[in-house]
Write a protein that binds this ligand. Sequence first.
Ligand SMILES: Nc1ncnc2c1ncn2[C@@H]1O[C@H](COP(=O)(O)OP(=O)(O)OP(=O)(O)O)[C@@H](O)[C@H]1O
Length: 487
Amino acid sequence: MKFSGPKSGRKRDRDAAVGYGGGAVTHPAPSPTNSSSSASVNSRPQGRGLREAFLSWLHRLVAGRGRKVSATEQLTSHNIEQLSVSSAQEPPYGARQRFSLRSNSDSICSYRVSTQSRDSAVSKSSTDFYFRGGNSRRAALDLSDGSQYLSGAAPVREVRSNTSIISAYTLFRTTHRGSHAKIMKARHKRTHERVALKVYNKEQIAAILWQNISKEIRILTMANGVNGIVQMSDSFEDDNQAVVALEDCMGGTLISQMAQKGGQLSERTCVKTVVKPLLEALAWFHSSGIVLRDLKPEHIMFDSTGKLRLVDFFSAAIVGEDSLVSREGTLAYMAPEMVNRPTPEEVFNEVIGNGLSEADFPAYTEKVDIWSLGVIIFEALTGRQPFLAETAEDMRDMQDKTLASHGGLRTSLDSIKMREYMSPCALDFLTSVMRIDPDERPSAEELLDHPWVMSACKAPTPTGWGQDSTESFVSTTTSRQWAARVR
Ligand SMILES: Nc1ncnc2c1ncn2[C@@H]1O[C@H](COP(=O)(O)OP(=O)(O)OP(=O)(O)O)[C@@H](O)[C@H]1O
């Protein structure tokens, strides 16, 4: 398989986000021959075609959204396997078919079904079922674990009219046009609360990524009350648009804070205002099975009191639901194991076209976020991005060369005349984080105990942005002791 390389992360601008190129995925109309199956389906009325039973079940499943479906209508992944395998019109591996189905539902779900073909030599294969309900809504259903839907455990969101959320606000002002959404500042008419409305126009997003919007809303719902994560006060989604009302992070991004401090942060300020709260937020995400995949300074914001708030979970993955195989994020902050990955569209096309399953691609882990954290801290302390390249190949080369060279990161610091400004303890922190081998990177939880973090947080310095100091510091606990503990 050959995949196109990501865009460069050199320029600090919104276009640097990569991995979302390509057009919308098309969903062909169902072929009548697909329905000619001879397999039987358990728990379904006699005499009904498999395809009709399947359609009916899917329809009810989506329409019910979390309501219990009666036992006679249940069609398990085992049945789907039979349906796929016994298809009359067998594609090369027997188990791959695509259905385009109609549904009146306005629910949002996009799921893949992994099937196993008994008749083919391929042990794993995937089938993607796509729904197009109402106005070309795309949704697909994960039948591999239909139980969560059948039992009513699926998250059910209130669906309201677009105007009801928008009309609650006034004084709109667009402040950012991103790759997926527009950010508008506004004020709530009744409470006078200032919000940042994130407005997605689905026409401008590849259909294969629509599910990411619902996922972002879900993650924001999960993060309710969690420190270090932007708080959502309202959300709305329909066929064409999604709007999320977020707390307004009036302190700006890490980039703007660095700019105000002359381009870089002192170590103490960096640890207290960025590293520690970021590690705490990451520890929460990772223990909740969420991998961010697009951690960068533009997504690190601050509220009016200077408290860190992470934003933008469009590219995040939920472990166990999403496969961690495709390339996401921004090249400059991408972990080495992520850089040469295929885009989501490329993975999708491989699955549909070549009989591969997503499970055939090697998966990465939450350690991709730990790498990004290292790059961000390096940048916050030095004002420079440690790795800059135009292409994925160059980036991998640079990561390897920098870290494998004698002196590693120290050499990079020498080259930008920064070594004298970084304490040995800070350098030790960065060196332990920026490892080519993800297994060698400590977890967020472990990093919270790193002497650099511990000692800076004990020191009696101002909280928030307050008065900054240019002083660097060395911890009393040796980094070696910490390293021995986490190994
Ligand atoms: N809650 C918020 N309060 C204030 N500003 C925000 C908020 N959320 C986002 N922003 C601003 O909007 C920018 C883009 O937000 P976000 O990354 O969520 O959207 P996006 O469409 O994914 O943009 P991009 O493609 O640039 O990443 C942020 O970098 C920040 O400057």
